[in-house]
Design a protein around this ligand. Structure first.
Ligand code: LER
Ligand code: MN
Length: 274
């Protein structure tokens, strides 16, 4: 059974980013529970920002789960990336993402490698950049596995990375890793830009799909854009996907409406509490 999740962003630099709640952790959890979500997806400034005892008690108090944790603040606030040509920066990126892998893993939740994957810069071969990415994912994957959590790799659209933009390309690359513990995050906003047929891409990726960013064509809540959802939900059901549909969307027209709209869409497509 698919479950619903909503994003809470704790990073001041990302206040214009595609996250529903930009309040405090406590307020975000209360708002998520109030709107009827099963889980939260957290975007912290760094792993130490959140105290695991506090998070555990907030989740228990509100009957929520931790769906996943994003690592993108490493890129946003410190320009760290796993494919930076400077080995020291790659090491800092690995430490930054690794700390989030460990923290999330304590909750049985995956960390997300999205913006932190970086890109192939001018003057560096694609082969070299992919070798660096492979090396880092081959360290982070087993680190998550030790905590019984997968690691999520997210293909982004062409304006954000030139590494992998489609599920098929990314999946083929993941096949070349030593670790079997990296799964794909399907962000429906990126997929709408890059995939010829989102449903077919999901079917082809099959059991590799580990998480979904539930966003419409314009990165608003599902139902506020023009992505046709029926074939996508059908495809997710056909591959037996039972993870989260997580609203990583702009808080437009405001956070409450984006949350309400998401939960209504979730109930329309998946069912659940009224
Ligand atoms: C992260 O999940 C993502 O989708 C990127 O576009 C960064 O916002
Ligand atoms: Mn995303």
């Amino acid at each position: 059974m698919m479950r619903s999740a909503v994003t809470i962003c704790l990073v001041p630099e990302a206040r214009r980013g595609p996250f529903v709640f930009h309040s405090s952790l406590a307020e975000g959890c209360a708002q998520a529970a109030q709107a009827g979500f099963d889980a939260i997806e957290l975007f912290p400034t760094h792993a130490d920002e959140v105290h695991s005892m506090e998070l555990r008690s907030l989740l228990r108090q509100h009957g929520l789960q931790l769906a996943a944790m994003g690592t993108g603040a490493g890129w946003l606030t410190r320009k760290l990336s796993l494919t930076d040509p400077d080995p020291h920066i790659r090491m800092c990126a690995r430490d930054f993402a690794g700390a989030i892998v460990d923290f999330a893993g304590g909750f049985g939740a995956p960390a997300i490698i999205g913006s932190m994957q970086g890109r192939v810069p001018d003057g560096v071969s694609r082969e070299q950049s992919l070798a660096w990415l492979r090396e880092e994912l081959d360290q982070l994957g087993p680190r998550a596995h030790a905590l019984d959590a997968p690691l999520l790799y997210e293909p982004l659209n062409r304006y954000e990375t030139n590494l992998f933009n489609t599920l098929a390309e990314a999946s083929e690359f993941l096949d070349t890793l030593r670790t079997r513990n990296v799964r794909l995050l399907v962000d429906l906003f990126h997929a709408n830009i890059e995939e010829a047929d989102i449903a077919a891409a999901i079917r082809a990726a099959g059991p590799r799909v580990g998480h979904v960013h539930f966003a419409d064509s314009n990165r608003r809540a599902i139902g506020l854009g023009h992505t046709p959802m029926a074939p996508i939900i059908e495809a997710l059901k056909s591959i037996g996907y039972d993870g989260y549909l997580s609203a990583e969307v702009l808080p437009l027209p405001d956070a409450e409406t984006a949350a309400q709209q998401t939960i209504q869409s979730f109930r329309k497509w998946i069912g659940g509490r009224d």
